[in-house]
Design a protein around this ligand. Structure first.
Ligand code: AMP
Ligand code: ZN
Length: 117
């Protein structure tokens, strides 16, 4: 848990979000600046910076992030496919340094990547 981290603050309920799903381990919420008709993020509630910071101690929670994606995507209307993205570090163009997986989709085929996070 990090005091100033914006996604920790969202997980603690200190900053509002449009929630998609929540349990004791993970939170999913809509991206504030969507890059697709449906664009939400799935985060572990525990503060993990990115995949460099992850190790086997995070196996269960990161498994849950992946394991929830299909169900949540379907519930958000993404029945014909979706894209997942995890950005890591500077070259990965990570903006928020709390690990998150983007889930993107919508009725139209997504362009090949220029306008995705
Ligand atoms: P990344 O470049 O992978 O670190 O992406 C960070 C994402 O977090 C961006 O798509 C932002 O639009 C999104 N974001 C930043 N602040 C918030 C917030 N308060 N609520 C929801 N999404 C946010
Ligand atoms: Zn955090």
């Amino acid at each position: 848990m990090s005091q100033d981290c914006i996604f920790c603050r969202i997980a603690r309920g200190e900053i509002p979000s449009r929630k998609v799903y929540e349990d004791e381990d993970v939170l999913a919420f809509h991206d504030i600046n969507p890059a697709a008709p449906v664009h939400f993020l799935i985060i572990p509630k525990v503060h993990v910076v990115n995949l460099y910071d992850a190790d086997m101690a995070h196996q269960a929670v990161l498994g849950k992030v992946l394991g929830m994606a299909g169900q949540l995507a379907r519930e958000q209307g993404l029945t014909d496919g979706f894209r997942t993205i995890i950005n890591n570090g500077r070259v990965g163009r990570q903006e928020v340094y709390h690990l998150h997986m983007h889930v993107l989709g919508g009725p139209d085929p997504l362009r090949s990547g220029l306008n995705t996070p």
